[in-house]
Design a protein around this ligand. Structure first.
Ligand SMILES: NC(=O)c1ccc[n+]([C@@H]2O[C@H](COP(=O)([O-])OP(=O)(O)OC[C@H]3O[C@@H](n4cnc5c(N)ncnc54)[C@H](O)[C@@H]3O)[C@@H](O)[C@H]2O)c1
Length: 332
């Protein structure tokens, strides 16, 4: 992966802090940065969800540093922003159902942790702070495609936490002139996304089940749609956001997606073909807090960040499935 370079800047003498870098998207950002010779890549992760194997992959690289610690502790955030040029803030507790079950834990990591990191980055003179938001902020808005300026009412504590992050980022941009960019990810999938645990996402769950010849659950009738986005596109958006010089690009949020939607049923059938499995899904009730349809308008990210998704869903599923079959970590 990452044969295509998304930046033209010299990153050899630059330092990056990736929070949540032992997780799925964070470890993919780390892989890209190290592949292109970033001067320093520090990861701050408490390993609550992240995996040690995603640290071991990179630990032999002298430009890589792993710190086990929590963003809920301000002193930890401040210490780890020292000597850092750019922050890529990915650490959070994902999952809508988890947030419904335990809103306090979600708030602590996603809101308190976020504010700690943003403040620490400001106080340390970090050049730019790029952070993970979520398409869940569109909540009950029925508008399709989703445009950044039109959001509805959040449908879960998770969505509230990401919306609060966006409000804080906006205030920091206006009050302290912090260079901050938010990325509203739409259902990201790819290598290193976990298939296990109670809050796993649909694609790794389906792949895992099909490989084991088990019937996975589909929530609702399966006709709900999503703008599934391969992780390489999300990494590209982060890299573009770090270095964009377009006037007015900072202090905003952007949709990160492919701008194509498929239903869960179609996704499942595509995976069945890919895996050669004859297993059928088991349908169960709709999930609380889920949105019905999701599709992004990505024109703002294209205009301000120069983002152009390069990997479509089918190709992304193929790459992900090949990784899943072996699940062998690759050294960078
Ligand atoms: N995967 C998606 O489809 C998706 C969609 C929208 C938004 N997001 C957001 O993108 C970011 C990355 O998501 P992901 O899918 O890679 O999830 P992930 O769970 O794989 O990664 C998140 C990482 O953050 C770490 N973390 C959690 N709480 C922490 C804390 N208090 N201190 C330090 N580290 C902590 C976890 O250990 C984990 O490694 C998150 O902010 C998530 O909300 C993801």
């Amino acid at each position: 992966m990452y044969e295509q370079k998304f930046h033209t800047e010299d990153i050899l003498a630059k330092s990056f802090l990736v929070t949540g870098g032992a997780g799925f998207i964070g470890s993919n950002i780390v892989e890209y940065l190290l592949k292109y010779g970033a001067g320093k890549v520090r990861v701050l992760d408490n390993l609550s969800e992240g995996l040690r194997e995603n640290v071991e992959l990179f630990i032999a690289n002298p430009n890589y540093e792993f710190v086990e610690g929590s963003i809920t502790d301000y002193a930890t955030c401040l210490k780890n922003c020292e000597g850092i040029d750019y922050v890529l803030h990915q650490a959070a507790l994902g999952s809508v159902p988890r947030s419904i079950k335990n809103p306090v834990a979600t708030n602590e990591a996603n809101v308190t942790g976020f504010l700690n990191m943003l403040t620490a980055a400001k106080d340390s003179g970090v050049k730019r702070f790029v952070y993970a938001s979520s398409s869940s902020v569109y909540g009950d808005s029925a508008e399709l495609p989703k445009r950044e300026e039109n959001i509805g009412k959040p449908l879960s504590p998770y969505a509230v936490s990401k919306l609060v992050d966006e409000f804080y980022a906006d205030i920091f941009a206006r009050t302290y002139k912090t260079e901050v960019i938010g990325l509203r990810y739409f259902n990201i999938f790819g290598p290193r996304q976990k298939p296990d645990g109670p809050y796993a996402a649909a694609i790794p769950l389906f792949m895992d089940a099909l490989l084991k010849n088990k019937s996975p659950f589909i929530n609702g009738d399966g006709e709900q749609t999503r703008d599934f986005t391969f992780v390489e596109n999300a990494v590209q958006a982060n890299i573009c956001a770090l270095f964009t010089t377009t006037e007015g690009a900072t202090g905003r949020v952007y949709n990160v997606a492919v701008a194509e939607r498929i239903s869960i049923n179609l996704l499942f059938n595509t995976l069945k073909k890919l895996t050669g499995s004859a297993v059928n899904a088991t349908y169960r009730e709709e999930r609380e807090g889920d949105v019905r349809n999701s599709l992004a308008d990505i024109s703002k990210a294209q205009k301000y960040l120069g983002y152009q998704p390069t990997v479509k869903v089918e190709k992304g599923l193929e790459i992900t499935f090949n990784w899943f079959k072996t699940r062998k970590p690759q050294k960078v």
